[in-house]
Design a protein. Structure first.
Length: 152
């Protein structure tokens, strides 16, 4: 549905920890490029070692499936060079007005902490939040860091 907000998870097949360093950076760049070409407006993302969480507003150029296929295609060669591929499917949830956008952004933000990849006082290099969303979300954090109770 054009102009709707979506929370999408895209996983590797097999689930291997290859989305790190330059691979993660490239994945982030390609996700942002889809914003630049009008496929979606990227609001938040985190690249984990074996999956990616995306929160975006779908543009009117492509369907949801086409936008995700384009994202996978743009990053496919780099992933395949490391012995994996994207799963054929993806997990999506349309965020309706009554849903709490904050819970989606918080989930994406906390994913690396809860996976034990970083400590509470660190920042995950492969997390992105749009300026507009970060302005309101940062005010709900402990000076840009998660509250200890969020990590329990």
């Amino acid at each position: 549905m054009p102009h709707a907000d979506y929370f999408v998870t895209v996983c590797l097949q097999p689930r291997r920890s290859i989305l790190i360093s330059n691979v993660a950076t490239t994945v982030m760049i390609e996700a942002q490029a889809l914003s630049a070409d009008g496929s979606w407006i990227l609001r938040c993302l985190t690249v984990m070692p074996d999956h990616v969480h995306l929160f975006f507003t779908l543009g009117d150029r492509l369907t949801l499936s086409q936008a995700i296929a384009r994202f996978k295609t743009k990053t496919q060669n780099l992933v395949r060079l490391r012995g994996a591929d994207w799963q054929d499917n993806f997990y999506d949830h349309r965020i309706r007005e009554v849903d709490a956008v904050e819970s989606v952004v918080r989930y994406i933000y906390l994913n690396s902490y809860q996976a034990g990849l970083i400590h509470q006082n660190e920042n995950w290099s492969y997390f992105y939040c749009s300026d507009e969303d970060w302005k309101w979300f940062q005010g709900r954090t402990d000076s840009g860091q998660p509250f200890p109770e969020w990590l329990q």
